[in-house]
Design a protein around this ligand. Structure first.
Ligand SMILES: Cc1cc2nc3c(=O)[nH]c(=O)nc-3n(C[C@H](O)[C@H](O)[C@H](O)COP(=O)(O)OP(=O)(O)OC[C@H]3O[C@@H](n4cnc5c(N)ncnc54)[C@H](O)[C@@H]3O)c2cc1C
Ligand SMILES: NC(=O)c1ccc[n+]([C@@H]2O[C@H](COP(=O)([O-])OP(=O)(O)OC[C@H]3O[C@@H](n4cnc5c(N)ncnc54)[C@H](OP(=O)(O)O)[C@@H]3O)[C@@H](O)[C@H]2O)c1
Length: 469
């Protein structure tokens, strides 16, 4: 009998899940998507706040955003971005178009219930077999429907619910406060003095947009390092905010500045408001647990999560995560016992801490993503990514670090399993990949007092074939 796999969300992760479930005999997907279209994050809307159904706006996309990864590193391994487009760093509308084409190519839309908001997911255990009751509201009719599934894949995205830090005396501040989730375009900030708090992808990219119109952008961050790239003349870096005043902010380096606006680019919270307590999932200190391999709910292993790791090449990683989990659901692969999986999670967290990395960065894989993808590939018997992917990513990190203002004008072309071209010159990477600093966004230089991390030598990968692009 067919096993029904419920998929929550029709963004890139949910589409990828549906695509591989459909390809697996014996499994059949039901995807619930609260929006009327696929794409999730990539569905831009100028609206902020709530939508016509009173639900919070999901996407944090802004009008002029171009990708911060080249499209050559963004596509799913079995469905690359079209190569007729020369630019590597593309406008967000092109990513949405790509995801729509992906959905059409794999005939996913008949399996997606659009305008359906998942409200409750509850396990039901009978004779030691877990099934899942998924209660969904049809937003057009406000009717509630419960479907029983054999497995559930959670793909609800994690860049929607703003994380806003507590700032001492913030109630005294008379200026405007906004989170990057609600940022759409720079014109409202003309001639303003803006404190941008946080210097990861949003903080940096939005600072550059604001600098074109604002009087001054004060980039405030607590990275152990300074952004080393040239920045526009009206952008200056200070340490993190320690307190607010009526007309501005005090920073950890003792300086202070007047500001008309504070733009919180302080990231997002993982939230799963539809998971009943019996699911056994909790989020603490930015860690979703207990998840084996950042995917499997160890309490009820027929529940998987796609897309929890961050600072990765998302679509590539989703594809490995989905294929790994689907292999398990289809019975082609077994998982260790709950005890062994929980032990593996605790061990991994211990190793993470022993490297001096904050536990809130446990899901931040960065350079570890290649080992992680290979691990999933080897366990599930999947082809590995070709070395060029890591090589290109390493080159990108260097270019981004040194040329923050202009890196998005670079063009890359993959020319073979080990080589790529950038602006005409062929670059070859080393055959070893190294664990690098673990520093945010890859654009900053390490201070001498920052701990260094041990190098990891890339595993030999002789046994399985590579994906060809
Ligand atoms: C501003 C910004 C820029 C980015 N730029 C890049 C980039 O350049 N390159 C890159 O590779 N990645 C980028 N990312 C990361 C991006 O989020 C991922 O690439 C990817 O799109 C995430 O896909 P997802 O499916 O996990 O989540 P989402 O795209 O967020 O999709 C989740 C889906 O689940 C639906 N959903 C949520 N809750 C429910 C519910 N209860 N019921 C029904 N449906 C629900 C949502 O409506 C949504 O459609 C960016 C992210 C942001 C925020
Ligand atoms: N295509 C693009 O150009 C583009 C643009 C924007 C965003 N994005 C994507 O969107 C996703 C989210 O990125 P994001 O930058 O919004 O979130 P993020 O990567 O989670 O970064 C948030 C940053 O804010 C810092 N922070 C949190 N609280 C702080 C505080 N009180 N004081 C100072 N700093 C604080 C965090 O530091 P800690 O980590 O130390 O807590 C972190 O560096 C990523 O996938 C990113 O690639 C892409």
């Amino acid at each position: 009998m067919m096993k029904v796999v419920g998929v929550i969300g029709g963004g890139a992760a949910g589409l990828c899940a549906a695509r591989h479930i459909l390809a697996s005999p014996g499994l059949c997907p039901v995807v619930w998507e609260k929006a009327q279209q696929v794409g999730g994050t990539w569905v831009y809307t100028p609206q902020t706040g709530t939508d016509q159904h009173g639900l919070p706006i999901h996407s944090s996309m802004y009008e002029n955003l171009k990708t911060n990864l080249p499209k050559e590193l963004m596509g799913f391994p079995d469905y690359p971005f079209p190569t007729d487009e020369e630019d590597s760093f593309i406008h967000h509308t092109k990513v949405l178009k790509y995801l729509e084409r992906y959905a059409e190519h794999f005939n996913l839309k008949p399996h997606i219930k659009f305008g359906h908001n998942v409200e409750l997911v509850k396990p039901s255990v009978n004779d030691s077999k877990t099934s899942w009751e998924v209660t969904v509201v049809d937003l057009a009719t406000q009717t509630s429907i419960t479907t029983v599934c054999d497995a559930v894949i959670v793909c609800n995205g994690h860049y929607s619910v703003p994380r806003i830090p507590e700032v001492k005396d913030i109630e005294k501040y008379k200026g405007k406060q906004i989170h990057s989730h609600d940022y759409r375009e720079p014109s409202p900030y003309k001639d303003a003095r803006v404190v941008v708090l946080g210097a990861s992808a949003s903080g940096l990219d939005i600072s550059l947009e604001l600098a074109a119109v604002a009087k001054e952008v004060i980039l405030s961050h607590n990275l152990p390092i300074k952004i080393s790239s040239a920045l526009p003349p009206n952008v200056r870096q200070v340490r993190g905010v320690v307190a607010a005043k009526e007309d501005g902010f005090i920073f950890a380096d003792g300086s202070s500045a007047q500001a008309d606006v504070i733009m919180y680019c302080t990231g997002y919270d993982y939230t799963f408001p539809f998971l009943a307590q019996e699911c056994g999932i909790k989020v603490e200190n930015n860690i979703v647990q207990p998840l084996y391999k950042h995917i499997v709910n160890t309490t009820h292993p027929t529940m998987g999560f796609i897309g929890i790791p961050f600072q990765v090449c998302p679509f590539l990683l989703f594809d490995f995560q989905v294929q790994y989990f689907v292999k398990y659901l289809s019975g082609d692969m077994t998982l260790p016992s709950k005890k062994e999986m929980d032990h593996a999670v605790v061990t991994e967290m211990g190793e993470h801490s022993s490297k001096g990395i904050a536990l809130r960065h446990y899901h931040r894989l960065e350079q570890q993503q290649w080992l992680y993808n290979d691990d999933l590939a080897s366990l599930a018997g999947l082809p590995y990514l070709p070395p060029v992917v890591g090589h290109l990513h390493n080159a990108l990190r260097v270019i981004r670090k040194n040329h923050l203002m202009t890196y998005k004008t670079s063009c890359f072309k993959i020319t073979g399993p080990e080589s790529f071209e950038k602006s005409g010159s062929i670059l070859r990477g080393s055959t070893e990949r190294h664990c690098d600093s673990g520093v945010d966004s890859g654009v900053a230089e390490r201070h001498s007092d920052t701990p260094t991390f041990p190098e990891i030598t890339w595993h030999s990968r002789q046994t399985l074939p590579q994906i060809t692009f």
